[in-house]
Ligand binder design. Sequence first.
Ligand code: GLC
Length: 551
Amino acid sequence: MPGKQGAEWWREAVVYQVYPRSFADSDGDGEGDLRGVVAHLDHLVSLGVDALWLNPFYPSPGVDGGYDIADHCDVDPRYGTLADFDTLVTAAHARGLRVIVDVVPNHVSDAHPWFRAVLASGPGSPERARFHVRPGRGPDGAEPPSTWTSVFGGPSWTRITEPDGTPGEWYYHLFAPEQPDLNWKNPEVLAEFARVLRFWLDRGVDGFRVDAADALIKDTTWPDTPGGWPVIPKDASSPVHEVYRALRRVLDSYPGDRMAVVETGAPDDVVALFLRPDEMHLAFNLRFAKAAWDAGELQAAITESLAANAAMGAPVTWVLDNHDNPRSVTRFAAGIRLEGDYAPTSTGGDGVADLARGLRRARAAALLMLALPGAAYLYQGQELGLPNVDDLPDEALQDPVFRRSGGTERGRDGCRVPLPWRGEVPPFGFSPDGVATWLPQPPAWRDLTVATQEADPSSTLWLFRRALALRRAEPSLRRGTVAWLEPSSPGEDALRLRRKAGGGRALVVVVNFGVEPVPLPAGEVLLASAPVAVGGGLPGEATAVVVPAGG
Ligand code: GLC
């Protein structure tokens, strides 16, 4: 078991998100698998992370990249076996890495036995009471029960064909039709998820990432809303918080600091409600993840989320990249801000996707993130500075967002392209030579492989390694206070933060958002995201961590 960190390891941990289908392919089928993860754990060790989070690897038809789960207590054959999972946990723990797995409480796959039973049973059955199944409106019940739309596009109600072949009731799905929502007001659902958590806790996992965590409780009066927006109460009195109190009791019944990090796109004060001491441990700061490359916007995201979480005694969980959004290199290249869920519309920026500029900014933002107090989550390939792949051929696209938007949204495949490990041509060591990967890799990734970057001390890989080592060495980077310092001159396009934690020396972090250099405080530069000449300023679109002269 990892034992190097003390209690509440998750408060300051850096966690590496593994998207199993795209991490490493051990069996040559063009898709990643659990044995591929085991084979590359040393990449995570040399990076210096504390833990890995695995996106879903459970049996699934794969309609939504595995977020349509048919059995929450097994491994899909495409990813391996439960024995492979056990090997992965043992191998990770032997290296001091903790393991977090995804849990998806909002919905199951339509191939799940519970939903099959819905189709086989009739109206009013206990099987239907586990989901939101309702008669339709209008003559013959041919109209859906409400106007609500799905976050993947299209209506969020689908009509059932009854066992006798007649058109019947409707079921609710916040996401794709193949992802029917569970009815969390039914106690059987909580009992089932307590069982799921125990299954993985018994196998040694250190925690969970809770998918769409704030969405579990719907307004079941199903009010019609303008634009079809769903009504999902998450205020302090919503029963959704009772769910997390119950799940917390399951976690707390296990030894060894087991934790949960929730995904919610709610505003800061609502996110903080899920972090009350008897609820969950962490919540992603998706506001930070969606911000543009803009000093004011990032400063507000930092200040306000720190304040909201401090009220609960909870750390902030920083994230820039994940499997749902365009990679930061590409976002920052065009200076865009993300809006909406999963079908990222974007605003702002000059629309010029200069990837060299995007990479400078993504490196600077990552060094800033790793110098903020709390937990930080990295997404596989972020440490390589991979751009989003925005020119995948239509026929390769698999995200339901593409299909359900009628092709107007490209979806999320562009951030899910298999990793380049080594070599001159695809599959770049992801799969055995000559194998076609499930999404094609750009030939230009030849310059971004792990092996290429390993040999180049100025690479993004080495920047992440140094940043993580520095964070480990300097308590003031991973906990403590953030104080905003005055600009060096009026109107300077930069952020200056003083960071200080008990037991650590004070540090100053400078982020230059402009293109002209800005002065650095006198002192020693410990790390910078771009070369800093001795006695020179900080170049444009760069971050530096400085030990100020005189403290
Ligand atoms: C979460 C996941 C996303 C998935 C959705 C539905 O937001 O991160 O990938 O599509 O939930 O499960």
